[in-house]
Design a protein around this ligand. Structure first.
Ligand code: ADP
Ligand code: MG
Length: 314
């Protein structure tokens, strides 16, 4: 009889892309697990260096610096990510838009905002937003933002993309199962060593210390966008960090959206999109997509689920 080595889950928590990441891998011992987790961390760091708009050395920052000036050559990976982001803009009638980022000067969620921006400021800023003005040239692999002041940012899709890529790297190395948890954006593959599915806890947006539902997830992603983490309050009204790119004002009416999809990138982008589209349009769009489902909690506390979902509420 051969030696049977039991596999176990090992977890490491760290800060990456400005967020908390918990990476769990199933491995035979801590040494092997650490080696795997290091690979995932390297991959996420590599992606951060490509897509960060804060890092002046990133290709994304280069594209932004040259808005209204010239097209910038980027590598195929970034080019394709932008292409996919634009597809999601089309799918959501512009509710999702990586060029929302020029609104960053107007709506800041780092504590530095002291008053509501004026209607004029918002109007001036939102005139720089529009995925239609991101010009892609496939042959030269260039990206050009048509007008000065335009800016792209991957805040609503980057963590999901990084989670997918980290998962791919680990699968390619033969890691049988694991979870990439990017601040509650969950991406899983395989099963627990005891043969059970991974169970994923979804936070209750009304009470962050309570779990809203625990669901088994096999090889897929669950992402939640909420208005309860990053927001500003003026005259008792809460303004969330998800901006409607068409109006320049924060999205209203919803407090949390959870999206289930095969890939974390799509789930991440769609969670933000549904937030902006609102419950009716949002639900309608989600129900038309294969293997995608969602749970919406509106600002009255109503829980609305897409047709293709059944959850046991806890
Ligand atoms: P989080 O990553 O904070 O959990 P989201 O995935 O919903 O939440 O992403 C929100 C972030 O996406 C914002 O902080 C901002 O950087 C960016 N963003 C805001 N509005 C939009 C939008 N309409 N389309 C694309 N990105 C957006
Ligand atoms: Mg998102």
């Amino acid at each position: 009889m051969g030696l049977l080595v039991a596999q176990e889950p090992y977890k490491r928590t760290m800060k990456l892309m400005g967020s908390r990441f918990d990476i769990t891998v199933v491995a035979k011992d801590p040494v092997e697990a650490n080696g795997y987790i290091d690979l995932a961390v390297n991959e996420i760091t590599r992606i951060e260096q490509l897509i960060s708009s804060w890092d002046a050395n990133s290709q994304t920052a280069e594209v932004n610096r040259n808005a209204g000036i010239r097209p910038v050559q980027v590598n195929a990976e970034l080019f394709e990510l932008i292409q996919r982001a634009i597809s999601i803009s089309k799918l959501t009638d512009g509710a999702f838009d990586i060029s929302y980022a020029s609104m960053d000067n107007i709506w800041r969620f780092d504590g530095s905002m002291k008053e509501m921006p004026t209607a004029e400021e918002i109007k001036a800023s939102v005139s720089k937003v529009g995925y239609q003005h991101i010009v892609l040239n496939k042959e030269n692999s260039t990206v050009f933002l048509k007008s000065k002041g335009m800016k792209i940012g991957f805040g609503a899709i980057g963590k999901g993309y990084a989670a997918d890529k980290a998962k791919d790297v680990l699968i390619a190395k033969g890691v049988v199962a694991g979870i990439i948890n990017a601040s509650g954006d969950m991406n899983t593959w395989g099963k627990q060593p005891n043969g059970n599915e991974w169970n994923v806890a979804i936070t209750n947006p009304m009470d962050k210390n309570k779990v809203f539902a625990v669901l088994p997830i096999t090889n897929g992603a669950v992402v939640t966008s909420g208005n309860y983490e990053k927001y500003v309050t003026f005259e008792d009204v809460r303004y969330t960090h998800i901006i409607d790119p068409r109006s320049g004002y924060p999205a209203t009416g919803i407090i949390s959206v959870t999206v289930f999809a095969p890939k974390a990138e799509l789930a991440d982008a769609l969670a933000t999109s549904v937030f902006v589209m609102g419950k009716n349009v949002g639900l309608n769009r989600i129900e038309q997509l294969p293997k995608v489902a969602c749970i919406i909690i509106d600002d009255k506390g109503n829980i609305i689920t897409s047709k293709n979902i059944e959850i046991e509420k806890s």
